[in-house]
Write a protein of this length. Sequence first.
Length: 272
Amino acid sequence: MASLDGKVVLVTGATDGLGRALAADLARDGATVLVHGRDPGRIADTVREVAAHGSADRLRAYQADFESLAGVRALAAAVTAAEPRLDVLVNNAGVGTANPGGGVRQESADGYELRFAVNYLAGYALTRLLLPLLRASAPSRIVNVASLGQQAIDFGDVMLTEDYDGLRAYRQSKLAQILFTFDLAAELDGTGVSVNALHPATFMPTKLSHAAPISTIAQGAEATMRLIAAPAEQTGTGRYFNGLDEARADDQAYDPAARRQLRELSEKLTGL
């Protein structure tokens, strides 16, 4: 693994589970960690905990609610204003299938299906808004924490207004992350900014939620750290990994027409 001393890493959803473990590992390895969360109290708790693994002056807290694209824009503006460089963006924030809503369809503040909005659109918008900083900091990396659970996007009903199912919504949002990964990697070819996606652990719970076994979190943190810190020739760009191993995503991820359709839809929905 390459040294992370002097590297600045933004981890979204850093106050729980994988994000929290990853923040601690990054701090332990010498990185400056930008800790993002939604709840100020949980952010403060995370910063205190992560400080035990590294210097407190290398931790900075950022608050934003990803249920709102305005919140995402504000986060990007705050990071751009305060940070002279950004070496790695880890798009980890998201919601699972069980919570919130208990299986009932919910919408974001912008009127979009909640899981598509939080798990995909927020990360899409944040990445687009931070690209100038990532380009200026190249060589830099974007890591999208997706999932082994994937389902083809129904472009006729992306917001799942009919026959809603939380698992389907989750799987669709996670596949959208992978389509975006492949599409963006091609766009950024030759710029020094790499983009990869992963299902963080080889274990896949049957019911996804914010909770996960400690061993699974540790495994996921290890796999994500590899995409952050391993030599570029090992990780490449435009790839999808299942844990530590490169894997094949759902067939739709390799369809240029589907990727273009998602790109055009994302530009429209986010205004970017």
